[in-house]
Design a protein around this ligand. Structure first.
Ligand code: G3P
Length: 231
């Protein structure tokens, strides 16, 4: 499963990229607005940071023609851009045209298996079910993800399922267990994936024991002066 960061903040993206496990980034108009800087410039900087990873950027037009114009424009900015288009009738119409043109489209704001079925048929590259927002209204986000994966596997759809709106590490783990192709998450959740109190406690114990026996154990990396003296 690929790991994407759901943010437009370049510092967060830089930190995650440096850890070597980041496969891409998803943005949306809300996340972009928080950064208070020109969008194209922001997106190009994100593309540079993630290297070979994909960067998802969203259209803001609501009519098909406007979506097509914005999608083509954004796709021309960088080869790693995937264009997010909302799950509306106009959006699916735009998707059908864009997929024919070879523009990769991520259909966003997906909340039902029937919506996911339609966008796979129309050639979506990614489909983004918003699991956390389903849970927010007492629904079952994981059941939605399971249904979509079942339908896609039954019919060999090539659309990749991008589990979105993830709020905590167990959302990520459950999405991975179900076989989602990608999970996108806020930086906070990404950081939480690393943490375990037993790791911290275990490491503390190892280091303390080593320190107490250091005089006998010596150094793993011999100091330069000692190495020269030995030659
Ligand atoms: O970027 C799409 C999605 O991940 C948004 O998440 O937390 O605003 O529901 P959230």
């Amino acid at each position: 499963m690929k790991i994407f960061l759901d943010t437009a903040n370049v510092e967060e993206i830089r930190q995650a990229a440096a850890l070597g496990v980041l496969d891409g980034v998803t943005t949306n108009p809300t996340l972009a607005a928080r950064e208070k800087r020109p969008f194209r410039e922001l997106v190009l900087e994100i593309c540079e940071i993630v290297g070979n990873g994909v960067v998802n950027t969203e259209v803001v037009s609501t009519d098909t023609e406007g979506m097509l114009r914005e999608a083509r424009e954004m796709a021309s900015w960088h080869p790693n851009i995937v264009v997010k288009v909302p799950m509306t009738r106009a959006g699916v119409q735009a998707l059908a045209v864009l997929s024919q043109e070879g523009v990769r489209v991520n259909i966003t704001l997906v909340f039902s298996p029937s919506q996911a079925l339609l966008v796979a048929k129309a050639g979506a590259y990614f489909v983004s079910p918003f699991l956390g927002r389903v849970d927010d209204i007492s629904g079952d986000g994981m059941a939605l993800l399971r249904d979509i994966l079942t339908i896609y596997r039954a019919h060999n759809f090539r659309t990749q399922v991008l589990a979105a709106s993830l709020r905590h590490p167990m959302h990520v783990v459950e999405a991975a267990k179900l076989g989602a192709h990608i999970a996108t998450m806020p930086f906070k959740v990404f950081e939480q994936l690393f943490a375990h109190p037993l790791t911290d406690r275990g490491l503390e114990g190892f280091l303390k024991d080593w320190e107490n026996a250091r005089a006998v154990l010596g150094e793993i990396v011999e100091p330069e002066a000692a190495r020269k003296a030995r030659r």
